[in-house]
Design a protein around this ligand. Structure first.
Ligand SMILES: Cc1cc2nc3c(=O)[nH]c(=O)nc-3n(C[C@H](O)[C@H](O)[C@H](O)COP(=O)(O)OP(=O)(O)OC[C@H]3O[C@@H](n4cnc5c(N)ncnc54)[C@H](O)[C@@H]3O)c2cc1C
Ligand code: FES
Length: 334
């Protein structure tokens, strides 16, 4: 048995199996609804069910309250259908041949670029092909059935390899394995691409805001604009870390800033020590944007990294700097 999912206002529809989430059904049909974590944590897939009955599945009450459920809202990454559904989704992206796939990849290299960040290069199977929108992420599939999300750090596979930037979380199962045990030639299984963090086609100036390894998808966006060769949209890049070593691609960015007339790079440290020998900006990275811009009207903001940075930026830029809420695009690393 399958139901029908109708998406308004675009007027597109697709089949929906009872065990499939609304998001997965749309993705399987080549239609991407706005989403990020796919685990009911970030809230970015929240939307209105206009008619029909849904089961909220694992949607946590902190992310989708009882009042919101009563108003007909749902987390499309958790909700499954109990009837035909009509939903409202302001942004639907055609995947244009980008297929979500599971694949085995081989570790080509693992470089520890700071005390808690590793750059992992993964070789795709020959001829496998893997396309994605720069900014999207993959999920590493662990043996216990759980998944871990990591953003592609290059705009496309390079030499048939993907690059991931992995932060070592204290007590973290997968990042601990990466730091302490993973060796070149090991095989990992992953699935993707996922996420609606990608550049929108417009002429607007952009703020790129990254904290820590939130730089990974931002690097992919910068590469995309660099490769195009004709970008005229101003990009104001803010990258925040605690210490100098957290800005593990600082020199590369200084070189890109010198080459690219549209790029302005502002590194920000929140907790520099004398050993950092730091003369640059200090404080919370999202606040540096508030200091530098009195208005963000007409801007697009692309923000990635620690949830506290992403959430504070979204709130402050909309409430204090007139950014349109719809022009804030983010992956919070929940
Ligand atoms: C869309 C998206 C893209 C992302 N991209 C990146 C990226 O490019 N780079 C990157 O570094 N990160 C990224 N992340 C974040 C990354 O997915 C997580 O940091 C990762 O899942 C951590 O996995 P882990 O196995 O190392 O830690 P986990 O084992 O999942 O643990 C995470 C933390 O929770 C703690 N913890 C675990 N279980 C418990 C418990 N029961 N009680 C209390 N504490 C607990 C651990 O000690 C640890 O500190 C992204 C996240 C999302 C959603
Ligand atoms: S809560 Fe659904 S994508 Fe994050």
């Amino acid at each position: 048995m399958s139901y029908q999912l109708q998406i308004l206002p675009v007027g597109l529809s697709c089949p929906l199996l009872p065990e499939q989430t609304v998001l997965d059904a749309a993705l399987a049909d080549g239609l991407m609804l706005k989403h990020s974590c796919r685990t009911g944590t970030c809230g970015s897939c929240k939307g209105q069910v206009l008619s029909g009955e849904v089961e909220h599945g694992d949607s946590p009450l902190e992310v989708l309250s009882a009042a919101e459920r009563a108003q007909g809202l749902a987390l499309f990454c958790c909700a499954t259908a109990r009837s035909d559904l009509v939903i409202e989704a302001p942004e639907v992206t055609a995947l244009r041949g980008i297929g979500i796939q599971q694949m085995g990849v081989r570790v080509a290299s693992l470089d520890k670029v700071s005390s808690d960040v590793a750059v992992l290069r993964l070789t795709l199977a020959p001829g496998a092909g893997f396309t994605y929108f720069p900014g999207q992420y993959v999920q590493v599939l662990l043996k216990d059935g759980s998944r871990r999300s990591y953003s592609m750090a290059t705009h496309a596979p390079r030499d048939n390899q993907l690059e991931l930037h992995i932060r070592h979380m204290l007590g973290g199962v997968f990042s601990g394995h990466v730091f302490n045990a993973l060796q070149p030639k090991a095989i990992l299984r992953m699935e993707g691409p996922f996420g609606s963090f990608y550049l929108r086609d417009s002429e607007r100036p952009m703020i790129f805001l990254a904290s820590g390894t939130g730089f990974a998808p931002i690097q992919a966006l910068l590469e995309q604009l660099r490769e195009q060769g004709h970008n005229r949209r101003p990009v104001y890049l803010y990258w925040g870390g605690r210490r100098r070593e957290d800005l593990y691609r600082h020199e590369q960015l200084l070189a890109w800033e010198a080459q690219l007339p549209w790029l302005r790079y502002t590194p920000v440290l929140s907790d520099p020590t004398p050993a950092c020998d730091w003369q640059g900006a200090t404080g919370f990275v999202h606040r540096q944007v508030l200091s530098d811009f009195q208005s963000l009207k007409g801007f697009e903001v692309y923000a990635c990294g620690a949830p506290i940075v992403v959430d504070s930026a979204r709130r402050d830029y909309v409430e204090l700097r007139q950014l349109e809420a719809a022009d804030f695009y983010a992956d919070a690393f929940v």
